[in-house]
Design a protein around this ligand. Structure first.
Ligand SMILES: [Zn+2]
Ligand SMILES: [Zn+2]
Length: 175
């Protein structure tokens, strides 16, 4: 997800440019995105470019019930300022203070959204994707995929109710 922004950096402060994104598979270290589409807006700031990404990604995650890999749509919306290391007009190195840990645009003037996108995806609330809304999941006793076969184990459902019934009895005893 690298975009040449030399032209955008040469615009006056406040200039906005919108890019339509339609990215095929993106691999960001530990995150697999099978597609991403949306809009990237770059606004020239006095230090660099303010990037606003509004997109929808399809990421591969495991079904929360049966664990098979499942495509799920992840809405993405974030804003990040990118500061160039070189001045786009004079090619002079721009001093940036060490305390400033924002994203940089390298000397090739390519803005790389990859790392900010990765950090955003990691920050997202853990989701509970389902391969289908009525997925019945795995048998808690033998691990069989109950979507595919019926294993014949006694449902643990009864045990759980048994525990609750026990609690109920204790409360009554105490009173
Ligand atoms: Zn499932
Ligand atoms: Zn079973």
């Amino acid at each position: 997800m690298r975009i040449n922004v030399l032209n955008e950096l040469r615009q006056p402060v406040g200039t906005a440019t919108v890019f339509d994104l339609a990215e095929p598979a993106i691999r960001l270290e530990d995150i697999d995105i099978s597609s991403l589409s949306g809009a990237l807006t770059l606004v020239r700031t006095n230090r660099g470019l303010l990037a606003t990404l509004k997109a929808s990604a399809i990421a591969s995650e495991n079904c929360a019930r049966c664990l098979i890999p499942t495509d799920c749509a992840v809405p993405i919306e974030f804003e990040e300022e990118f500061i160039p290391v070189l001045d786009a007009s004079t090619a002079r190195r721009i001093r940036v203070s060490n305390s400033d840990d924002g994203f940089r645009i390298g000397p090739d003037f390519m803005l790389d959204l990859g790392e900010s996108l990765r950090q955003y995806m990691l920050m997202l609330e853990p989701q509970k994707p389902l391969c289908r809304p009525d997925c019945v999941g795995l048998c808690p006793s033998c691990g069989a995929d109950l979507n595919v076969l019926s294993c014949g184990c006694t449902p643990t459902f009864d045990e759980r109710w048994g525990v609750l019934a026990g609690l109920d009895a204790n409360i009554k005893e105490g009173s």
